[in-house]
Design a protein. Structure first.
Length: 186
């Protein structure tokens, strides 16, 4: 369907040119509701850990131009029709890079393994960090567990009050202003 490693290799310099870090490149069912596929690109501004809509649009344009040029040159990067979706990783972000496990240590995470590890395939608990290629999590059921990074299928933060408090908002302008609604009678 798509060579994700090749796509990431091409997309990463485009993100870096805009000052962003690539978080994830993934093919997935599209949210457009048409039953099609989407090429999802997650990136972040290192200063904020997020992207605002203008940044998503800028990266989307660069990647779209790149993919179009490659296709015109005869390189098939994604077979068939697809949607391009560029987004910020969000608060309950996926953990895809070793530095994510360091940065988000102390927060709750869900980890799914490629296959069962020490009797469990899915773990949930407080992320302790990473040591080389070993991720450590204090799992709710089995206690502190060491997981080989290459065997992790997916990992993401769990939305908690602590995570929300630790996440800097991009723009708080107007957050303390009162919103007044008026209803006009006919």
């Amino acid at each position: 369907m798509a060579d994700i490693a090749r796509l990431a290799e091409l997309i990463e310099p485009e993100a870096q040119a805009l000052g962003f870090e690539l978080v994830r490149v993934k093919m997935m069912p599209s949210e457009a509701g048409d039953g099609g596929m989407a090429l999802q690109i997650m990136a972040e501004d290192p200063a904020t850990g997020q992207l605002v809509i203008e940044q998503c649009a800028a990266l989307s344009r660069r990647v779209s131009d790149l993919l179009d040029a490659r296709e015109e040159a005869g390189e098939v990067l994604v077979e068939g029709a697809y949607h391009l979706e560029v987004s910020s990783p969000g608060i309950d972000r996926p953990l895809t890079r070793p530095k994510d496990y360091v940065q988000w240590a102390g927060h709750e995470a869900k980890v799914s393994m490629d296959k069962a590890w020490e009797g469990q395939r899915n773990l949930r608990g407080i992320l302790k960090g990473i040591d080389g290629e070993t991720v450590v999590i204090d799992d709710r059921k089995s206690g502190e567990t060491s997981l080989p990074l290459p065997m992790i299928h997916s990992a993401k933060l769990v939305l908690t009050d602590e995570l929300i408090a630790a996440t800097r908002p991009l723009d708080t302008a107007g957050a303390d202003e009162e919103i007044i609604e008026t209803v006009e009678e006919e």
